[in-house]
Design a protein around this ligand. Structure first.
Ligand SMILES: [Zn+2]
Length: 336
């Protein structure tokens, strides 16, 4: 069957008529398959949700219970039949529990990669290339100018700053799911063993990651309480981007503003946020990783969901791979 009969963009999201389900729908639907726990992909209020155990747990942590009518766990590699479609989840390497979803019917296979990255991440299972007829990819950093430096190099810049400015608290803005935990795990890998202080909004997710066997070392709440201001001098404090923008970040001893995001490659963005130390740490592929992934999978066709679609579509065409943008709405690449 034609791939665009198997899966196509509908107002509520990508829809599979053969299985009568949506993937990462942006509005409540009867049956949803969810790639990962970021809030623009995993929304509350669906009738039935199929996702990895970790993604379901993360939704429970974020939305409370019940967050949907009924849920079902999809294990990596397991084939699940939904009406006339056969589904399989494969690791996406984006955040804990993140998956690509393979949808197959009548000999045609489409893989929806959700959000993904290729470089090693101590907090989740690495991306697994899956052969398919159509590969659906995001293009958050889909321009040749996007080249993400080595993670260790970025972490070492933070560690160096701590040495250079021991009297200043280092307040780091990082997305609450995935980025914050990865940042802490990377710090531990580079030998940083002092306690890491976190904003309350990160507590439950950090606790969940630790409960899943991901070693984040000693985590402490970044509450001032009876502790004096100076107690945070020379410490690392991590908060979500929203808290970072308000007065929370300014409560600490001579705060040095750090921000961890793929977007920190763009100096203007760092400047707008008042970031002194921008760390380019991304949970998405850069240009080389996007194009390398497509070369590796060799799909017959590429569909691009969100981000900078045009450049990637053009690149595919130059490689002789038909490609088109899907123009899906409701996905946010700013929270990266
Ligand atoms: Zn995501």
């Amino acid at each position: 069957m034609k791939p665009d009969e198997l899966l196509y963009p509908a107002p509520k999201g990508l829809y599979c008529a053969k299985g009568d389900f949506y993937i990462d729908p942006v509005q409540p639907v009867e049956r949803a398959l969810i790639t990962h726990g970021h809030s623009d992909h995993a929304r509350a209020g669906h009738g039935h949700v199929l996702a990895t155990r970790e993604t379901l747990d993360i939704m429970r942590v974020r939305y409370g219970d019940p967050f949907c009518g009924a849920s079902q766990i999809a294990s990596f590699g397991e084939t699940i039949a939904i009406n006339e479609a056969r589904i399989r989840f494969h690791p996406a390497g984006h955040v804990l529990g993140s998956a690509q979803i393979s949808v197959e019917a009548y000999g045609t296979r489409v893989v929806v990669s959700g959000d993904y990255k290729r470089r090693p991440d101590p907090t989740c299972t690495p991306f697994e290339p899956v052969l398919c007829d159509v590969f659906i990819t995001e293009a958050t950093f889909g321009l040749p100018v996007f080249h993400h430096p080595n993670d260790e190099r970025e972490i070492n810049r933070l560690l160096l700053s701590l040495k250079q400015f021991p009297e200043r608290s280092h307040v780091v803005g990082a997305y609450a799911l995935g980025k914050a935990q990865r940042l802490i795990a990377l710090l531990r890998r580079q030998g940083y063993d002092a306690p890491v202080h976190i904003h309350g909004a990160l507590a439950k997710l950090c606790e969940y990651y630790q409960g899943q066997g991901i070693d984040l070392g000693e985590i402490r709440p970044a509450t001032l309480g009876r502790e004096s201001r100076q107690d945070f001098a020379g410490a690392i404090i991590i908060g979500p981007p929203s808290a970072f923008a308000d007065r929370w970040a300014r409560r600490f001893a001579d705060p040095l503003a750090v921000f961890a995001s793929g977007w920190m490659l763009i100096r203007q963005r760092a400047k707008q946020r008042g970031v002194e130390l921008p760390l380019v740490i991304s949970d998405h592929c850069d240009w080389a990783e996007l194009t390398q992934t497509i070369k590796e999978i060799t799909p017959s066709e590429v569909w691009v969901t969100h981000g900078r679609e045009e450049a990637l579509v053009r690149w595919c065409e130059l490689q002789g791979i038909p490609a088109r943008p899907l123009h899906l709405v409701g996905y946010d690449d700013e929270g990266e």
